[in-house]
Ligand binder design. Sequence first.
Ligand code: RB5
Length: 156
Amino acid sequence: MGKATLEQVVAFGCDHAALQLKAELKAVVAELGYGIEDVGTHSEESCDYPDFAHAVASGVAGGRYRFGVLICGTGLGMAYAANRHKGVRAAVCTDAFMARMSRQHNDANVLCLGARVLGGGSAEDILRAFFAADFDGGRHERRVAKIDDPQAGEGA
Ligand code: RB5
């Protein structure tokens, strides 16, 4: 595949708990043909996960990145912060089924993983399931719209 367009860029962020896993998963996503942007962290020094969650989520919300992958100890803190951004649907996934459903039914655009929860092999399975699936649309369009706007699709 040629150079990735902006719509094909996947942004990665992690904290000190997840440096190694981030490196492994970046390689997988690059192999799938996406461009990669890594917002950090880049060292094992203790840091604050929301800094990286906000950097990735603001880029996804603004259209700079097509998807985000955020990894911390549990994936939870990253998701709390990322989901504060309108239009971002950050899914904490602990298996491939959740990852697939997060794309098919929820049109998730950020995958959150826990480096202290998952082994590298299962994290890769989850990541591959996320990137292999597409949004189903249809009845799910209205439901997803209601995440940001409770009145979406009601009345005229
Ligand atoms: C860092 O110790 C830990 O709190 C963080 O990686 C994450 O699990 C937070 O949700």
